[in-house]
Design a protein around this ligand. Structure first.
Ligand code: ADP
Ligand code: MG
Length: 360
């Protein structure tokens, strides 16, 4: 047996590279929604409406009232690594936006049919543009690829149809549209709680009654009551804005709401962790907080936890993964320790006041 000789090395084409990247960034409809709603928030929107068909696999549409997109920028909109949010690498140290990689719309255009209708305050009318694989395409065969005038309100409507139409393997992996829809609801719920200043709507196409509906200028707690349950909201303990210690080293604050020692949210699953306003996963933080609750809750029970951490941007690296669902920060162990202390104080305070009430 003679091993075969080496094959020639060749560069992948741009389209193959972008398709691979798209598959990495957009795992499922809920990832696309997260990217799209972050763009709407970045655009300063106070109203964000999401419509979904077949769990997002047939249609995802998001309508916002943000600052819109200049017509002149539409040709670049879905090009990979094209962004209005970052210019220099150092800008990452004081990033004020969710986006910065310029990859989301490109990725979505590489795995679905994208249509954008947008209008800025200064536009006399809106502009409509269609995209495929990163580039502007004609809306109909024979037409030119340039944006067309369209009736529109100020803001942006982005529609993505037939997600994964060109990735049959991935498409087949989705067994249940209602599962995918629930994941979308989960993401929108969490962002609505963390961004209560905006009005949020999420519904299935063709239904009158939205599954998520919040009002503009609401509060986190009011949105928890309407999106999880009033009884949960009523019993939540306030974790007031706390500077994590040691202050100079950590450069971080935390704020949140957590369930008390009596309630069990194991089945409703409540875990909302935002770091610098990004919804992130942190197995370490989750484990540490859950460990704290084991002292209070019966075996198998879980707390409901919403924590928002603000870390000095110089101490945190958000550029870990294209989906940004993971961030790295300095002094992780001490940060977690101080965070656990803070939640413990909220829990202990509640226990003291309860035993006091019982005694009187
Ligand atoms: P990023 O958010 O990382 O910049 P995206 O691919 O998500 O990359 O978006 C590309 C650009 O399109 C953004 O930088 C922004 O200028 C513009 N954009 C996308 N969505 C919206 C929106 N809803 N409203 C206004 N501008 C938007
Ligand atoms: Mg973005």
């Amino acid at each position: 047996f003679e091993p075969a000789g080496p094959k020639p090395i060749r560069k992948l084409t741009k389209d193959v590279i972008n398709q691979i990247a798209a598959a990495e960034i957009i795992h499922r409809p809920a990832n696309a929604i997260k990217e799209l709603l972050e763009n709407s928030l970045d655009a300063g929107s106070t109203s964000i409406k999401i419509t979904v068909k077949d769990g997002g696999l047939k249609l995802l549409q998001i309508t916002d009232n943000g600052h819109g997109i200049n017509k002149a920028d539409l040709p670049l909109l879905c090009e990979r690594y094209a962004t209005s949010k970052l210019h220099k690498f150092e800008d990452l140290q004081q990033l004020g936006t969710y986006g910065f990689r310029g990859e989301a719309l490109a990725s979505i255009s590489y795995c679905s049919h994208v249509e954008v209708v947008t209008k800025t305050k200064n536009d006399g009318c809106g502009w409509k543009a269609n995209y495929q694989d990163g580039v502007l395409i004609p809306a109909k065969p024979g037409a030119g690829p340039e944006p067309k005038p369209a009736a529109a309100n100020d803001g942006t409507v982005i529609t993505a149809e037939d997600l994964f139409y060109n990735m049959p393997l991935r498409k087949r992996a989705f067994k249940s549209p209602s599962d995918e829809y629930n994941r979308i609801l989960d993401v929108v719920t969490k962002y609505a709680i963390h961004n209560p200043h905006a009005a949020w709507v999420c519904k299935k196409a063709g239904t009158a009654l939205p599954d998520i509906s919040t009002t503009v200028g609401s509060t986190a707690k009011a949105n928890i009551a309407s999106l999880y349950s009033p009884s949960l909201a009523a019993e939540l303990l306030d974790v007031p804005l706390t500077t994590l210690q040691p202050e100079n080293k950590l450069g971080a604050k935390c704020r949140g709401w957590v369930s008390n020692a009596n309630s069990n949210w194991a089945r409703k699953g409540g875990w909302l962790l935002f770091i610098n306003n990004r919804l992130v996963e942190s197995v370490k933080i989750k484990k540490a907080i859950e460990a704290l609750y084991t002292a209070y809750l019966p075996k198998g029970a879980s707390p409901w936890v919403y924590l928002s951490l603000e870390i000095d941007p110089a101490k945190i690296d958000v550029n870990v993964h294209p989906t940004k669902s993971e961030v790295h920060f300095l002094n992780e162990d001490e940060m977690i320790e101080s965070l656990v202390d803070t939640v413990q104080t909220a829990l202990a305070g509640a226990n003291v006041s309860r035993s006091f009430t019982v005694q009187t």
